[in-house]
Design a protein around this ligand. Structure first.
Ligand code: SF4
Length: 369
């Protein structure tokens, strides 16, 4: 069972898709701040903020103050090594790269303790996925010079285990129940290990604002971490976060899910398979050409539009034109899908080539044979 409050549920281990009404409730009930126009103007170079994919934040103003006074700040994130990269993991990975480009030092964790607790994947079994996932983020442009990045595996990082034991003293069963609902004890432990991950930048390099880009489903971890940081590490900044909307399933289902292979594709999938899934993607188009031209389409519902908006249409002006063209019935789904498929396949092809060359580097960085 997940945390419930007035009937509203949020569970970081099931990543259910969260709609606009839910977001509204989260903002009200848990104090997430809206990404208002004032803030957006300060970070227009960040595509996810500019396009309102990131809709909310906590403590982002601490980061702006650090930037203004030329003080260090951090972006922290990670991946659970339990499968290949897909469009959802791409969002977080690119957010890290963007924040690093804005001046943050990137801290990236391989959450192998979580893949054991959540999926029963042993540390050894997780190693190949960890290497693969790291090669993906390297191919996406993470700057790995040591003063710009620190990468760790939870199972091998003494700092995160140490933090877990230290803050564990302040945690009660009631608190965990209130935040996560009743879960296996291992997941609670994994949550405390994540507290360690999130405060690691400050333990390692001194107090500094830290931003964790996450899907809204991960907010319970942030609430726990902020509470414990405030109580245990009094001189630290309360870790902040940015929250992005999660992409629904390609086929129109609520979420991208391994149980439904048509709802997502991975970056390791054969191109023909990706193409087939995109051809079958859910659109906001009408039943036929005539209706589309008369009534216009509904891009806000359309997975083709969403994929382009999140990742594959770099030009804001063109994106706006496509939106308008769809609504006016001037753009037809067939041609639009074709453009989208071409872009995705080109990206995946180039990405796979780049990544191939980085596997060895990832292996070395994680000390995996
Ligand atoms: S024209 Fe494009 S944006 Fe509009 S519904 Fe069709 S595929 Fe989606």
């Amino acid at each position: 069972m997940a945390h419930e409050n007035n009937g509203f549920k949020i569970d970081p281990w099931s990543s259910s898709n969260i709609d606009d009404d839910d977001i509204e409730k989260l903002v009200k009930e848990f104090g997430i701040e809206r990404m208002d126009e004032n803030i957006r103007q300060k970070v227009l170079q960040n595509r996810f903020i500019r396009r309102k994919i990131i809709f909310g934040h906590r403590s982002l103003n601490d980061v702006f103050k650090a930037i203004e006074s030329k003080n260090p700040w951090a972006v922290m994130s990670g991946i659970k090594p339990s499968g290949s990269f897909h469009l959802g993991t791409l969002t977080t990975a690119l957010e890290i790269v963007e924040f690093q480009r804005m001046g943050a030092k990137a801290y990236y964790c391989i959450a192998d303790i979580e893949s054991w607790e959540d999926n029963g994947i042993s540390y050894e079994e997780a190693e190949q996925d960890a290497v693969d996932n790291l090669a993906d983020i390297l191919a996406l442009g993470l700057d790995t010079t040591p003063k710009r990045t620190y990468i760790w595996r939870q199972s091998r990082e003494p700092i995160v285990k140490d933090v877990c034991f230290k803050v564990g003293r302040l945690v009660t069963q009631n608190m965990l129940n209130a935040i996560y609902g009743e879960k296996p004890f291992g997941l609670y432990l994994a949550a405390l290990i994540q507290v360690g991950d999130i405060v690691l930048p400050q333990v390692m390099d001194g107090p500094q604002p830290t931003i964790v880009p996450v899907g809204i489903d991960q907010d319970p971890h942030l609430r726990l971490t902020r509470d414990l940081t405030e109580r245990y590490y009094k001189s630290f900044f309360k870790p902040g976060a940015t929250y992005h909307r999660l992409l629904p399933g390609l086929d129109g289902s609520d979420k991208m899910s391994k149980r439904n292979p048509n709802s997502y594709f991975t970056f390791n999938e054969p191109l023909e398979s990706i193409e087939k899934k995109l051809k079958g993607a859910f659109t906001g188009g009408r039943r036929n050409k005539k209706e589309q031209q008369e009534l216009g389409g509904e891009p806000q519902k359309c997975m083709i539009y969403k994929i382009l908006m999140y990742h594959f249409e770099p030009d804001d002006k063109k994106l706006a034109e496509e939106f308008e063209g769809c609504i006016k019935g001037e753009l037809l789904c067939g041609e639009h899908k074709k453009t989208c498929i071409e872009r995705v396949l080109n990206f995946i092809k180039e990405h796979q080539e780049k990544k191939e060359k980085l596997i060895e580097k990832a292996r070395n960085m994680l000390d995996v044979q």
